[in-house]
Design a protein around this ligand. Structure first.
Ligand code: CAA
Length: 398
């Protein structure tokens, strides 16, 4: 096998045009907002506009990448999501068109709850390993939706992270050893007839910790770097305190010597963006990576462990090394603008949006233009989803 380093050559994230402060939900529920702000570690959540969905989020996240690197070497685009918009057609096919990718390209969708983007990344790395001339576009994109008044309501959110996987990567070289764990468990799921997820909250926390423990033990048996050889830890973050709980658990099972100040130092930079975005399911660990890259001044040569968990459940732990000079490839200002540019909505607006369901007849159902992004979901007509570039996209192209 070729020893060409393979990994993340570029990474970018996008979120929605709207945002809700979690204090609004706490006030309606009559509980102390600190339960959300510090108890689960969430301050805000991104809320999709009526013309935003996983496809528009994915295309918005990926557009800066194809504009910087071109489209010629991309022969595979994978969209990882658990917010499926069609039982048959892959969301990747819509994203492929919106991005103007070439026709000689495979486009496919991956699903396994919040884990699927990690499967997509490993699949992409294998393609590039086989032919280092090719690049693979991996986009993780999700909208987390729970019932109103449920324990999960404050852990909603939405976002997408796009990665270009290539040989001789500019940002992170992936290391080959990974730890794996799969178990059939009902901690969180969404049956086909529902547009909100079902969850057994406490079981899901225990399942996450159990799966990470077993994946870590597998990684160690496979020869992965030990705890002391890792500089930063990037966890799936359904809510940011979950990453803290998981890291404390890992410290215990790895019998590591570390202080709570060290736990903070290796975790805190990865929590900053997800506190504001909320849960973005399979995108969340990769938005955590962007947060880490954007918020630590010097990461050259540092090793990051990725601890990926998807309910149901599958976990995978792998590592990567930050490449010298990576900082000049980051998009820190654009990410800050995406977060700061969101419009705050009030509870009545949020409740009206939450109550809205997709039409089920074959009529024409256009959506109003609300998004500030480059692409929009224009509505349904004849049971077909319509997507288009917005004037913001045209301005950019001109
Ligand atoms: N000030 C500060 N902290 C407070 C507080 C206050 N006034 N009131 C309560 N808290 C603390 C509690 O002590 C608790 O802390 P600990 O966990 O350290 O004990 C924390 O806030 C949460 O309080 P509760 O446990 O009472 O909260 P809850 O039962 O209402 O809901 C939850 C918590 C179960 C995580 C819920 O948000 C939920 O169901 N979320 C969705 C499921 C989820 O995210 N699961 C995570 C693993 S599954 C996964 O990772 C896949 C995925 O993406 C879904």
């Amino acid at each position: 096998m070729s020893s060409t380093p393979v990994g993340i050559h570029d990474i970018s994230f996008a979120t929605t045009s709207l945002v809700l402060d979690l204090g609004v939900i706490a006030t309606r529920m009559g509980i102390d907002p600190q339960k959300y702000y510090s108890g689960i570690g969430q301050v805000e959540m991104s809320v999709p506009a009526r013309d935003e969905d996983i496809v528009t989020l994915a295309a918005n996240a990926a557009l800066p990448i194809v504009e910087r690197h071109g489209r010629d070497r991309i022969r595979t685009v994978i969209v990882a999501t658990e917010t499926g918009i069609d039982q048959s057609k892959a969301a990747a096919v819509y994203v492929h068109r919106l991005l103007g990718l070439g026709e000689n390209c495979r486009a496919v969708e991956f699903k396994q709850a919040c884990y699927s983007a990690t499967a997509a990344l490993q699949f992409a790395a294998a393609i590039v390993q086989r032919d280092p001339q090719q690049q693979v576009l991996v986009v993780a994109t999700d909208v987390a939706r729970y019932d109103l008044q449920s324990s999960g309501e404050p852990t909603q959110g939405a976002g997408a992270a796009a990665m270009l996987v290539a040989a001789d990567p500019a940002i992170i070289a992936l290391e080959p050893v990974t730890g794996l764990y799969t178990e059939d468990i009902m901690d969180f799921w969404r049956p086909n007839h529902r547009d909100t997820a079902l969850v057994d909250g406490k079981t899901s926390i225990r399942a996450y910790l159990h799966a990470i423990e077993h994946a870590w033990q597998d990684a160690q048996r496979q020869g992965a770097p030990g705890f002391e050889q890792i500089d930063y830890f990037c966890y799936h973050q359904p809510f940011t305190v979950m990453a803290v709980k998981a890291h404390r658990h890992l410290v215990k099972i790895a019998a590591a010597q570390t202080s709570s100040a060290q736990v903070d130092a290796v975790l805190e930079p990865s929590l900053i963006y997800n506190r504001q975005v909320g849960n973005s399911y399979t995108a969340s660990m990769y938005i955590a990576l962007v947060s880490l890259l954007d918020n630590v001044a010097q990461l050259d040569g540092k090793r990051i462990a990725f601890l990926s968990y998807g309910s149901g459940c599958v976990a995978e732990i792998f590592t990567g090394v930050v490449q010298p000079g990576y900082a000049s490839h980051l998009r820190t200002a654009a990410h800050a603008a995406a977060l700061q540019g969101r419009t705050a909505i009030d509870d009545a607006d949020y409740l009206a949006r939450h109550a809205q369901t997709q039409p089920t007849d074959a009529g024409a159902h256009p959506t109003p233009h609300e998004t500030t992004g480059h692409f929009r979901y224009a509505g349904l007509s004849g049971n077909k989803r319509l997507y288009e570039a917005t004037p913001a996209r045209s301005d950019r192209a001109s």
